[in-house]
Ligand binder design. Structure first.
Ligand SMILES: Cc1cc2nc3c(=O)[nH]c(=O)nc-3n(C[C@H](O)[C@H](O)[C@H](O)COP(=O)(O)OP(=O)(O)OC[C@H]3O[C@@H](n4cnc5c(N)ncnc54)[C@H](O)[C@@H]3O)c2cc1C
Length: 506
């Protein structure tokens, strides 16, 4: 647990040039970049008692990143000491804590401070922010509240009647004890595939409810030797080169998502991977996906398929629909007696909570403005919501590489847009409606023909209107070249005269 500072000159300071909501990868990237740019007038508001976002909350056994750590880290804060190609959750969390400390932003995080409402005040050219710890004012707000930070709980009939324990992979309790228990896991997505091989040896019985079979590719993990770590410490260029190689390898993958025919060719290898571990034809059939690889998130594991062949494991190709006091019932109608139900059911991504508490120029909420299908300019700003920057929000998610590449580009975009306002001496910067409309139609055009829209699945990438408003439809270098530097013509600069003295108003 970290401390809760944020006092300047001994007094609580409530007005800042920048407020950042959230202290996961995105919030910390913004805070560090702002500080590096020489601006010290910022605060980070974090609802939890520690930093780290998903890497604080996802403590389930086996939790790790699925993009290599040398790419899944901040470009301006490389880590020569990663112990594995794909590092585990404790190491990623320790990395974030260390970087925040070293960059001097830790003392700027107000922990246990939940943002509850943000209202735009046009006359002042700033946001009024209500939190669980009182109110703040900020000229610019970065919303880094995460897209995978609110666990989605499945709709199970009579859930409250269950006498055992219900856990969610995304809010894993430190004292969870599964040994010798009969356990049900609901879901076979990214978290389940990491979790299941780790818990199978210690539980008595494991019942896995699978709604649709995932594509599971081999995972090329390995320890990184002490010798290699030392080499990276001594020769940072070699570390950069390694990152560069990983970057290129992942970008090539993006081609397959954009051209499903290439993806279908790759499916043969994935099927071979599955058949190599599973010989039972009935199990093979259950595990063969009925949509094109990549339409839903591709998973990576070497031990998931072998685990499913163990005698204490049952894979149920059915949806969990309800519970009894001592068990769980699937839509196959069978009750299985269990002590613990683990929901590995992902997160509520379609309706981000922040959209309901942010109110823009017309007094409308972001959720109202979006009407179920988020639209942005450059994935980062929204017409009608001036001086607001969404990090890792709509249409910047990735299926092929590290999302940190996108987050860093977004922060650069935001800081360059803010510079236009600062230089012109005005308080307000807002994306033009026509720029946003052009950006959105470009996204929608790029999305056509991709595996996400043609792959024959119903994924969480698609919103209620059928648009893919979650993912970036192209390469990350395309995002960089289109977005990193904001164009003056895409923004309206207006509002009261800005004077640095305003920043220090009480
Ligand atoms: C298990 C797991 C593995 C993953 N692996 C990868 C990977 O390998 N590669 C990859 O690219 N991506 C991966 N991701 C995606 C991951 O979400 C991003 O990479 C990244 O960590 C998200 O960072 P973030 O800062 O945007 O959000 P988060 O990490 O979710 O942080 C958001 C923060 O905002 C805080 N917050 C939310 N609402 C409020 C509020 N109202 N007031 C105050 N604070 C608030 C939350 O408490 C949280 O600390 C993974 C996700 C999970 C869950």
């Amino acid at each position: 647990m970290l401390q809760t500072p944020s006092r300047r000159d001994g007094q609580p300071s409530r007005r800042f040039k920048f407020a950042i909501v959230g202290s996961g990868f995105a919030g910390l990237a913004a805070a560090i970049r702002i500080k590096q740019s020489g601006d010290d007038d910022f605060i980070v508001l974090e609802r939890a008692a520690d930093l780290g976002g998903v890497w604080r909350d996802n403590r389930y056994p086996g939790c790790a990143c699925d993009v290599e750590s040398h790419l899944y880290s901040l470009s301006f804060a490389p880590n020569p000491n990663w112990s594995h190609e794909f590092s585990a959750q404790p190491e990623i969390l320790a990395y974030l804590r260390r970087r925040a400390q070293e960059a001097g932003v830790l003392s700027r995080i107000n922990f246990s401070t939940e943002v509850r409402r943000m209202t735009w005040v046009e006359s002042a050219g700033e946001w009024s922010i209500d939190t669980s710890q009182g109110s703040y004012k900020a000229r610019f707000v970065f919303v880094a509240a995460g897209s995978l930070s609110n666990p989605s709980i499945p709709n199970l009939r009579d859930l409250e009647s269950f006498r055992g324990q219900v856990l969610h992979s995304g809010a894993w309790p430190e004292d969870a004890d599964l040994s010798g228990k009969s356990v049900a896991v609901i879901g076979t997505g990214a978290s389940a595939v990491q979790l299941i091989p780790k818990i199978q040896p210690i539980v008595a019985r494991l019942h896995i409810f699978q709604r649709s079979a995932p594509w599971v590719m081999p995972r090329h993990d390995a320890p990184i030797s002490k010798h290699k770590q030392e080499e990276y410490r001594r020769h940072p260029r070699r570390l950069q080169l390694e990152r560069g190689k990983l970057y290129v390898r992942h970008e090539i993958l993006a081609f397959a998502f954009r051209h499903p025919i290439v993806m279908r060719m790759g499916q043969r290898h994935t099927i071979k991977h599955m058949h190599g571990a599973i010989s039972d034809p009935r199990l093979r059939e259950k595990l063969t996906p009925n949509y094109t690889q990549g339409c839903k998130r591709i998973l990576f594991s070497n031990d998931y398929y072998p685990t499913l062949t163990r005698p204490n494991v049952e894979l149920i190709a059915a949806e969990a629909t309800g519970v009894t006091p001592q068990g769980i019932v699937g839509d196959d109608g069978i009750e299985r007696k269990v002590d613990i139900i683990i929901c590995a059911t992902g997160f509520n991504v379609k309706d981000p909570p922040y959209a309901h508490y942010i109110f823009g120029t017309e007094g409308q909420s972001l959720a109202n403005a979006w009407a179920g299908s988020p639209k942005t300019f450059a994935g980062t700003t929204v017409h009608g919501f001036p001086n607001l920057f969404l990090l890792n929000g709509p249409n910047v998610g990735l299926a092929h590489t590290s999302v940190i590449l996108m987050i860093e580009t977004q922060v650069e975009h935001a800081l360059s847009a803010i510079r236009y306002a600062d230089r012109s001496g005005r308080m307000i910067v807002e994306p033009r409606a026509d720029a946003q409309a052009r950006f959105t139609s470009w996204i929608d055009r790029q999305m056509r023909g991709t595996v996400w829209t043609t792959g024959g699945c119903k994924s969480w990438y698609l919103d209620g209107t059928g648009r893919n408003s979650a993912l970036w439809p192209s390469y990350t270098f395309t995002f960089r070249s289109r977005v990193a530097k904001a164009r003056r013509a895409d923004y309206e600069i207006r509002g009261p005269q800005y004077s640095p003295a305003l920043a220090s108003r009480p």
